[in-house]
Design a protein around this ligand. Structure first.
Ligand code: C2E
Ligand code: CA
Ligand code: CA
Length: 535
């Protein structure tokens, strides 16, 4: 049946405001709302170079799309900034016409700017990539769009750069950035991980081998890629955290390996390892497969243990730091904190002479939880012998995102008879905001300040100021990571109340008394008389 060409045009305009046909890289024909969309008449677009119509930052992306248009695959949509003074954007889809005559048809619509901010190299920096990914996961959830993460590596890019002048190297980087962007969803969902490694999000319906071929052609360097399908169904926040974790892990572990593995080996390993670890961690948490270690926290006035900090140990027995971070990323931390506190309370309840005091760590994510205080309340009602001897250390491995709620929970814990300590003070940028907005009993000065005292022969001015500040607020202080008597002396002179560290004992599987106090400590203890009490 012959079709009236006007009906085809009608169909085309149903999805675009402007149709442009290119021959090579020049505009051959423009039909539609050119003035409204591009700010120029149809006539004035004729014969122009297509790339010249766009902002310099986006020209490499335009080049990349044209360079591979001939494989007959639809490219885009991508959002491009026009070469006009005031920022305005269009969304472009292009496809070579199937007649092999080098004609390319573009569908153009007016568009909002993407929120992505670009680095000089022409790609969004890592942090905005996270934001873009967040937006895309959200969109994917709503529209059913299926996404995958592609990790891309170019072989020999470093060697290529070596023989180039700075201008030529910048042009190469722009070409690579354009190529990577042109393969990403919307033209901005991509980032540079290192000089020859990139990550991008793309729709799953176009085979990745084709992408690799195009990238190799556009950049003239051998590309390889590994793609991981992303399930947005399980909640986009979770998908995003998995993505962030996999990228970090890939970057970290991938660069550490000597000799370097291929990208797909690294990626395979990293994703497998991440998932395996997260899975194992989930099992360890739900089956309570962890143990507790105890480290004394000493009152400097007496040299005696005032309480012990509880530190979790998983099956490998080493530092739990990486797993704690992972538990925070994968929403397992609250269950873990609950489980550890439950065992801590039982330990206190089993203590015959009722002298033991234990400080459990609580993640910044758990302290804002709605159920946390109830959980503690129920435990302390059941094991009421433990009341008054359970201390909480709010850690800063994860930031506290709701200070008023955290403070509410902290006050509720205090009304249950617990002291509350802010851990890692000075480690993060928010420490002073925390101090201002949280009513606390104790502040633990981050170990880095304490250890620095020994390293650089510092006089402890920083620690002294922190102690003065806390005194004004009627908050007691702990110095952690005290490893030598010299450091102990400095923190004592600075007025710190408590100290913790290898000098008094490493974490061990039972709460041990503090190691024999050194001579000055004994003297001080004699001067101070009786053992410290918290009243
Ligand atoms: P943190 O709460 O600041 O714990 C102090 C860390 O310093 C512990 O490492 C401890 O073993 C180590 N340490 C103690 N004294 C010294 C010393 O004199 N020198 C040196 N170099 N290190 C010392 P660990 O056990 O590996 O814990 C690391 C972090 O993991 C903890 O930092 C805390 O943020 C987190 N964490 C540990 N256990 C738990 C837990 O049960 N729950 C939660 N939420 N986080 C925990
Ligand atoms: Ca701690
Ligand atoms: Ca700490």
């Amino acid at each position: 049946m012959p079709i009236d060409p006007r009906r085809l045009l009608g169909l085309a305009f149903a999805s675009a405001d402007l149709l442009v046909e290119l021959h090579g890289d020049h505009v051959r024909l423009a039909l539609g709302a050119a003035q409204k969309v591009m700010g120029e008449s149809e006539m004035s677009l004729m014969g122009r170079r297509w790339r010249d119509l766009f902002h310099a930052d986006d020209q490499p992306l335009v080049d990349a799309m044209l360079a591979c248009a001939d494989d007959g695959v639809r490219r885009g949509p991508v959002v491009l900034r026009l070469a006009r003074a005031e920022p305005s954007h269009v969304r472009v889809i292009l496809r070579a016409l199937p007649d092999n005559a080098g004609r390319i048809s573009c569908a153009v619509t007016a568009a909002q700017a993407t929120s992505a901010h670009m680095e000089p190299g022409g790609l969004p920096p890592r942090e905005s990539f996270d934001d873009i990914a967040k937006g895309l996961f959200e969109a994917a959830r709503v529209t059913g769009l299926e996404l995958e993460l592609a990790m891309v590596e170019f072989a020999g890019l470093g060697a290529m750069r070596e023989g180039l002048t700075p201008e030529e190297a910048a042009a190469l980087d722009a070409r690579v950035a354009g190529a990577i962007r042109s393969e990403s969803h919307g033209g901005a969902a991509a980032t540079r991980l290192s000089s020859d490694r990139f990550a991008l999000l793309r729709s799953r319906d176009d085979g990745s081998e084709k992408m690799v071929k195009r990238l190799t052609r556009m950049v003239s360097a051998e590309a390889s890629a590994h793609v991981v399908p992303l399930e947005a169904g399980g909640g986009s926040a979770r998908a995003l955290r998995a993505l962030r974790y996999a990228l970090d892990d890939f970057l970290r572990e991938g660069l550490k390996d000597m000799p370097p593995m291929t990208l797909s080996e690294a990626m395979n390993r990293s994703v497998k390892r991440t998932l395996a670890r997260a899975g194992a961690l989930g099992v360890a948490v739900s089956q309570r497969r962890f143990s507790l270690a105890f480290q004394p926290v000493v009152a400097l006035a007496t040299g005696l243990a005032h309480h012990h900090e509880v530190l979790v140990r998983f099956e490998d027995g080493g530092s739990p730091f990486a797993l704690i971070r992972m538990a925070e990323e994968f929403d397992l931390i609250e269950e873990l904190d609950h489980a550890i506190i439950e065992q801590t309370v039982k330990k206190l309840a089993n203590d015959q002479d009722r002298k033991l005091r234990l400080a459990a760590n609580v993640s910044g994510r758990t302290i804002v939880s709605e159920t946390f205080v109830d959980h503690v309340d129920r435990l302390l009602s059941k094991y009421d012998e433990a009341k008054g001897r359970l201390i909480f250390e709010v850690t800063e491995t994860a930031a506290i995102d709701d200070l008023p709620r955290a403070n509410q929970n902290i006050q509720n814990l205090r009304s249950l008879g617990s002291l509350v300590c802010l851990d890692d003070f000075g480690a993060g940028s928010s420490s002073f905001a925390y101090l201002q907005q949280l009513r606390l009993d104790i502040v633990k000065i981050d170990g880095r300040y304490v250890r620095e005292l020994a390293d650089n022969g510092r006089d402890g001015a920083m620690v002294r100021r922190l102690v003065e500040l806390c005194r004004d607020l009627k908050i007691r202080t702990v110095a952690e990571m005290v490893e030598t008597t010299e450091v102990e002396e400095i923190v004592r002179l600075a007025g710190v109340d408590f100290a913790q560290g290898w000098l008094y004992g490493k974490p061990s599987d039972k709460p041990m008394p503090a190691l024999r106090p050194s001579a000055p400590v004994k003297a001080a203890a004699r001067r101070a008389g009786a053992a410290e009490s918290w009243g």
